[in-house]
Design a protein around this ligand. Sequence first.
Ligand code: HEC
Ligand code: HEC
Ligand code: HEC
Ligand code: HEC
Ligand code: HEC
Ligand code: HEC
Ligand code: HEC
Ligand code: HEC
Ligand code: HEC
Ligand code: HEC
Ligand code: HEC
Length: 490
Amino acid sequence: MNRTTRIMFGLLMLAFSSAGFAGADDKCLTCHESIGGKAVDLFKRDVHHAKGISCAGCHGGNAQSDDMEKAMDPKAGYIGVPKGDDISRVCAKCHGDSGRMKQYSSHLPTNQIENLRASVHGKLSTNGKERIVQCTTCHDAHGIVPVKNPGSPVYPLNIVKKCTQCHANAALMRTYNPSLPVDQLDKYRTSVHGMRNAKGDAKVAECASCHGSHDILSVKDTKSSVYPTNIPSTCAHCHSKAEYMKEYKIPTDQFDKFSRSVHGVALLQKHDLGAPACNSCHGNHAATPPGVQSVSKVCGTCHALNADLFSSSPHKKAFDDRKLPECETCHGNHEIIVATNKLLGVTSEAVCSRCHNESQNVKGFATAKAMRGLIDSLESREKRAIALVNEAEQKGMEISEAKYKLRDAHQARLESRTMVHSFNEARFQDVVNKGIVVSASVSEEATQALDEYVFRRVGLGLATLAITVLAISLYVYIRRLERHQAMGGK
Ligand code: HEC
Ligand code: HEC
Ligand code: HEC
Ligand code: HEC
Ligand code: HEC
Ligand code: HEC
Ligand code: HEC
Ligand code: HEC
Ligand code: HEC
Ligand code: HEC
Ligand code: HEC
C-alpha cells in the first residue's frame, strides 16, 4: 500500500468503526501518558478529549489495545502522523460531515473544508502540490479548545499572530506573490483597532473580522468581504450595532449616513468604484491613524482641485489656527450630500453664515454674499439662454452652433462651483464672467434666430396676401374680359 491508499483505507476504517470513540478506556492515551510528550499534555485540555474522542479519532488505530503493535497497526486503520492535505482530510472526516457531528450532539457548521478549498489560501500549493494552509495552521493539532475560548489560537486576541506569521514574513510571501504588501501588521498596530487589540480588547476588528476565516478571498474578488462595494456592510457589522458598541460611546450611524450620502449612493447603488468606501478615508489597516487631520487630507486624493484651491485660500490658515478640519467643516464626513448653490452665501442654509455675519469675520461675509450673487446671476442667465435656444429649435430654426456654445456656459458653472474653494472674489468672478459672456452671446444668437423667425412669418404673410390680391385681381380682370367679349359678340 502506498501512503495515500493507506490513509484512504485508514479513513474508511475509521468511518465505519467506533475507533474514534474511546470513552474512559483510551489505551492510546494511557500508554502515551506513560511515555510523556507534548501531544499528550496538550490533549488533556482538548475539546476532542472532552467529547470522548481518542488519539485514534485522528490518527486511527485500535484504541482498545494496549499492545503497541496492535494498537498502531495500519490494518486497524492507523495512519501515523498525517501530512499535507491529509491533515485537513482527517479533520473534515468529522467537521465536513453533519451526520457524524450530530453523533457528538454538535450543531457546529460543517462547511469549513469547502470554504477553505474555495478560498485564496485553499488555492495555494507547495511544490509538492499540497495546500500550504491546513486546518492545523490556524487551529493547531492538539490542545484544541472552542474558538470562543481565550486560549484558542483563533481567538480575536491571538489570531493576528497566526495570520501574520505568514503575512509579515516577507521571504515567505515573496515566493507566492512578490507584489503583495507585508505591512498589514505594522499598519494595523497604528490603528485604533490594533492598539486596542494589543491591549486586550477582543471586540475591535482583527484580521478575521474583516477578511473572514475559512472563506478568505483575494481582495480583488467581487465576493470578498473587503471588495469596495462590500466594505461598508463589513464595517457596519460592528459599527452599526448600538448594543455592541455601547461601551465605546461613539456614534453608530456611519453606515446609515454613508449609504444616503452622495458617495454611498454612487458606490452602493451605481457601483461606481471611483467613489470612496469606508477604507478609502480610514485606511485599510490603519483605521484613523493618530492625528485625525490626516483623514480630511484624504478628500484631496480624489478632489485634487478643490484641495489645491483650499490650500491657497485664506481659510487654510484660519482653519489650521482653529484646528478645524479642511473639508469636513463645510461638507461633513459620512453624510456628504450633493453640493448646491444653497451652501454658498449668507442665508441661513448657507455654510458661510455659520461663521460670517455682519459683526463677525465681516470681510468674508461680504465676499460670500457677492459670490452667491454672481453664481445666481450666472445660473439665471444660463437658464434664459437655454430657454431661448429651446424655443428657437422648436420653431425649426437652425441653432446648432449656439446650442454647442451652451456647453461652455455649463462648463463655466461647474468650474465656478470648484472655484468657490479659492474663497477669493476676483478669481471666482473671472470664471463666472466667462459663463456670463457665453450665456449672453448664446441668448443673443437665439434671439436673432427668433427675430428671423418672426420676420419670415411676416414675410410669408405678406407674400400670401400679395398673391391672394393678385389672384383676385386676375380673376376680376378675367371676368371683366369675358363680360367684355360677350357684350362685343352680341
Ligand atoms: C503500548 C504503548 C502504545 C500504545 C497503546 C499506543 N502507542 Fe503510539 N506510540 C508508542 C511509542 C513508544 C511511540 C514512539 C515510537 C516511535 O517513535 O516509533 C508511539 C508513537 C506514536 C505516534 C507518532 C508516530 C510518528 O511517526 O512519529 C503516533 C501518532 C501514535 N503513537 C499514535 C497512537 C495511537 C493513535 C494509538 C492508539 C490507537 C497509539 N499510539 C497507541 C506507544 C504506544
Ligand atoms: C483532532 C485530531 C488529533 C487528535 C485527536 C490527536 N492528534 Fe496527534 N496529530 C494530529 C495532526 C493533524 C498531527 C500533525 C500535526 C502537524 O503536522 O501539524 C498530529 C501529530 C502528532 C504527533 C507527531 C508530532 C507531534 O506533535 O509530536 C504525535 C506524536 C501525535 N500527534 C500523537 C498524538 C497522541 C498521542 C494523541 C492522543 C493523546 C493525539 N496525537 C491526538 C491530529 C490529532
Ligand atoms: C486561516 C485560518 C483558519 C484555517 C485554515 C481554518 N480555520 Fe477554522 N476558524 C478560524 C477562525 C478565525 C475561526 C473563528 C470563527 C470565525 O471567525 O469564523 C474558526 C472557526 C472554526 C470552527 C468553529 C465553528 C465555525 O465554523 O465558526 C471550527 C469547527 C473550525 N474553525 C474548524 C476548521 C477546520 C475543520 C478547518 C480545516 C478544514 C479550519 N477550521 C481551518 C480560522 C481558520
Ligand atoms: C472524530 C471526529 C473529529 C475529528 C477527526 C476532528 N474533530 Fe474537531 N471537533 C469534533 C467535535 C465532536 C467537536 C466538539 C463540537 C461541539 O462542541 O459542538 C470538535 C470541536 C472542534 C473545534 C472547536 C469548535 C468550537 O468552537 O466549538 C475545533 C476548532 C476543531 N474541532 C478543530 C478540529 C481540527 C483542526 C481537526 C483536525 C486536526 C479536528 N477538529 C478533527 C470532532 C472531530
Ligand atoms: C501559512 C501562511 C498563511 C497564513 C497562516 C495566512 N495566510 Fe493569508 N495568504 C498567504 C499567502 C501565501 C497568500 C497568497 C498571496 C497571493 O497569491 O496573492 C495569502 C493570501 C491572503 C489574502 C488575499 C490577498 C490578495 O491577494 O488579495 C488575504 C486577504 C489573506 N491572505 C488574509 C489572511 C488572514 C486574515 C489570515 C489569518 C486568519 C491569513 N491570511 C493567514 C499565506 C497565509
Ligand atoms: C478593519 C478591517 C481590516 C482589518 C482589521 C484587516 N484588514 Fe486586511 N484589508 C482590509 C481592506 C479594506 C483591504 C484592502 C482592500 C482593497 O485593497 O481594496 C485589506 C487588504 C489586505 C491584504 C491584501 C494586501 C494589502 O495589504 O492590500 C492582505 C494580505 C490583508 N489585508 C491581510 C490582513 C491581515 C493579516 C490582517 C491582520 C493583521 C488584516 N488584513 C486586518 C481590511 C482589513
Ligand atoms: C469586529 C467589530 C468591528 C469591525 C468589523 C470594524 N470595527 Fe472599527 N472599531 C470597532 C471597535 C469596538 C472600535 C473601538 C471604538 C473606540 O475605541 O472608540 C472601533 C474603532 C474604529 C475607529 C476609531 C473610532 C474612534 O474612536 O474615533 C474607526 C475610524 C473605525 N473603527 C473604522 C472601521 C472601519 C472603516 C471598518 C471597516 C473597514 C471597521 N472599523 C470595522 C469594531 C469594529
Ligand atoms: C469621505 C470620507 C469618509 C468615508 C467614506 C467614511 N468616513 Fe468615517 N470618518 C471620516 C471623517 C473625516 C471622520 C471624522 C474624524 C474626526 O473628525 O474625528 C470619520 C469618523 C468615523 C468614526 C469615528 C466616530 C464618528 O462617527 O465620528 C467611525 C467609527 C467611522 N468614521 C467609521 C466609518 C465607517 C464604518 C464608514 C463606512 C460605512 C466610514 N466611516 C466612511 C471620513 C469618512
Ligand atoms: C475615492 C475617491 C473619493 C474620496 C476619497 C472622496 N470623494 Fe467625494 N466624490 C467622489 C466621487 C466619485 C463623487 C461623485 C459621486 C457622484 O456624483 O456620482 C464625489 C462627490 C462628492 C461631492 C458632491 C459633488 C457634487 O457634484 O455636488 C462632495 C461635496 C464630495 N464628494 C466631497 C468629499 C469630501 C469632503 C471628501 C473627504 C471627506 C471626499 N469627497 C472624499 C470621490 C471621492
Ligand atoms: C468653507 C466651506 C467649504 C469648505 C471648507 C470646502 N467646501 Fe467644498 N463646497 C463648498 C460650497 C459652498 C460648495 C457649493 C458650490 C456651489 O455649488 O455653488 C462646495 C462644493 C464642493 C464640491 C462640488 C463641486 C465640485 O467641485 O465638483 C466638491 C467636490 C467639494 N466642494 C469638495 C470639497 C473638498 C474636497 C474640500 C476640502 C479640500 C472642500 N470642498 C472644502 C464649501 C466648502
Ligand atoms: C467654520 C467657520 C467658517 C466657515 C464655515 C466659513 N468661513 Fe470664511 N473665514 C473663516 C475665518 C475664521 C476666516 C478668517 C477671518 C479673519 O481672519 O478675520 C475666514 C476668512 C474668509 C475670507 C477671507 C476674508 C479676508 O479677510 O480676506 C473669505 C473671502 C471667506 N472667509 C469666505 C467664506 C465663504 C464664501 C464661506 C462659505 C462658502 C466661508 N467663508 C465659510 C471662517 C469660516
